[in-house]
Design a protein around this ligand. Structure first.
Ligand code: AMP
Ligand code: MN
Ligand code: MN
Ligand code: MN
Length: 284
């Protein structure tokens, strides 16, 4: 059971620029309606939603924190690194994301070939239509498998077909950890390791990951997210502090296709943990 609590600061969310359901302006409107005062838009490997989100944020009186969620390969695993408070026009960031977008495209084609063998017709064209110019993610293929009647819901689509080692999985070679952090810092942002408990790894691997993240210049860890158990928050806060990393908090909102996650529905950070909000000049 996750805690039914609220934070007016939500530093992790998605729009139609990647695998979110809501257009950037609609996401910001939903955040305002939910009582979120500061929202980070953090689409997968894309900053394309930030302009529209910014304009909507001005209209709604929401403080928009420009962000991105960068796909990273570390130790043959995929990690997600959030860039928060970035300048989306910074050249090294734009170039790095451009390369990741190409790799996403190549991977989408390879996943589509596998999904076609499961009996789905024209899968690449279908996910392209779904993504409507945004980044194509595995979430889109999950929806396709549900729409085709092959899986009952997206969770099952991942478990059976799209998760690592499953028949429609294609491994991606993403950014180096050090590169992603450099792009973020060069763009004036802070690097936060997203959802540390979502990676399939044991405690000792997680300690290695946190050590590597800190050594590569990382600034914070997402201690509290939309699916965190209370015990995870306590453990993540201890591990963040032990590695000299600040705490961050974000729902990882995607919209109606993940209804168990809501904007601002996140437990606050333990009060003794330094918060990334200080570096982002957000009032807590
Ligand atoms: P990608 O970056 O294209 O590999 O897609 C990763 C995205 O897929 C994540 O950001 C989640 O939104 C979604 N995802 C990953 N695993 C699951 C899962 N088990 N159930 C539902 N969605 C998932
Ligand atoms: Mn996602
Ligand atoms: Mn993620
Ligand atoms: Mn995310």
């Amino acid at each position: 059971m996750t805690m039914a609590v609220f934070s007016p600061i939500d530093l992790h969310s998605h729009s139609t620029a990647s695998d979110g359901d809501l257009a950037p302006a609609d996401l910001v409107a939903a955040a305002a309606a939910a009582g979120v005062a500061a929202l980070a838009l953090t689409d997968h490997d894309s900053v394309d939603g930030l302009d529209a989100a910014n304009r909507a944020a001005v209209r709604h009186g929401v403080r928009l924190v420009p962000g991105v969620e960068i796909s990273v390969t570390w130790d043959r695993r995929t990690l997600h690194v959030l860039g928060l408070g970035i300048d989306p026009a910074a050249a090294p960031l734009i170039e790095g994301l451009g390369e990741l977008q190409l790799r996403r495209r190549v991977r989408a084609e390879a996943i589509a070939a596998k999904v076609q063998r499961l009996g789905v017709e024209r899968p690449l064209e279908q996910v392209e239509t779904m993504a409507a110019g945004g980044q194509i993610t595995r979430s889109h293929f999950a929806r396709l498998l549900v729409d085709a009647g092959i899986c009952k819901d997206a969770k099952r689509a991942f478990k059976r077909f799209l998760a690592q080692g499953r028949p429609a999985y294609v491994s991606g070679e993403w950014a180096h950890l050090g590169s992603a952090i450099e792009w973020i810092h060069n763009a004036g942002g802070r690097a936060v390791l997203a959802h540390p408990f979502k990676y399939p790894m044991n405690r000792s691997a997680r300690q290695r990951m946190l050590g590597a993240f800190r050594s590569a210049g990382g600034d914070g860890v997402e201690v509290s997210c939309g699916t965190s158990e209370p015990a995870d928050i306590v453990a993540a806060a201890q591990e963040a502090a032990a590695h000299g990393l600040a705490g961050s908090l974000g729902s990882d909102f995607h919209g109606a296709h993940q209804p168990w996650i809501r904007l601002g529905r996140i437990a606050p950070l333990p009060p003794d943990l330094p918060s990334i909000c200080a570096a982002l000049q957000l009032v807590t």
